[in-house]
Design a protein around this ligand. Structure first.
Ligand code: CA
Length: 217
């Protein structure tokens, strides 16, 4: 898998590229908006900074979407909510807010890459999530989930063992720009646990969010 990092700030780009490579993710790096369309051709995921020296990242995204459906994660500054909304409307797959950790980015890169391979069911061993057929089985038995429960489980099943933050679950299952505390998430998780028939399959990560138990693999 190869990530194209589009970032003009060397202080951001250098540790990012090094960190992604340490996480086993092959990485290319460009600085200018004019380089993106060409360089994106050999990328599996594009991380796009929106403030580039020769152009606006959102314009780049618009141009890119005319020719490519490569997964794009936009990097925005804290508080730039409009950029995030416009970016998602223009076809970005996800966003990260600066400053973000390499770990978080690596997880999101894997997630968007995986989401694009939607044909492949997520098979974690005991749990199988087939997003095409909208079908979930536990130990081979099909269970009936609501749309939100299904989406929640699909996010958790992308990477069993990874602690998925409440914010990420909210932004991916409900609203990309969701802000708040939200009891809704816990209610859905409780219901999901009940339907899975084994509450231990979804673990609470205190102060963070939830993860699918690796024992489920
Ligand atoms: Ca910049």
């Amino acid at each position: 898998m190869k990530v194209l990092v589009v970032e003009d700030d060397k202080a951001v780009a250098d540790p990012l590229v090094a960190g992604l490579r340490r996480n086993g993710i092959d990485t290319d790096h460009v600085v200018f908006a004019s380089q993106v369309l060409g360089a994106a051709q050999s990328a599996d995921v594009v991380l796009l900074d929106l403030g580039l020296p020769d152009g606006d990242g959102l314009e780049v995204l618009r141009d890119l979407r005319r020719v490519s459906d490569v997964p794009v994660i936009i990097a925005t500054a804290r508080g730039e909510e409009t950029d995030r909304i416009v970016g998602l409307e223009l076809g970005a797959d996800d966003y990260v807010v600066k400053p973000f950790s390499v770990r978080e980015l690596a997880a999101r890169v894997r997630a968007v890459a995986r989401r694009r391979r939607v044909d492949a069911p997520l098979d974690t061993g005991r749990i199988s999530v087939d997003r095409n057929r909208h079908r979930v089985t536990v130990d081979g038995d099909e269970i009936d989930l609501t749309a939100k429960e299904f989406d929640l489980l699909a996010v958790l099943a992308e990477d069993p063992g990874r602690a998925v933050s409440r914010q990420e679950l909210f932004s991916r299952v409900w609203d990309p720009v969701w802000v708040g505390t939200g009891k809704t998430l816990d209610v859905h998780i409780a219901s999901l646990r009940k339907k899975l028939g084994d509450a231990d399959l979804i673990e609470t990560v205190r102060g963070v969010g939830y993860r699918l138990a690796t024992g489920s693999t």
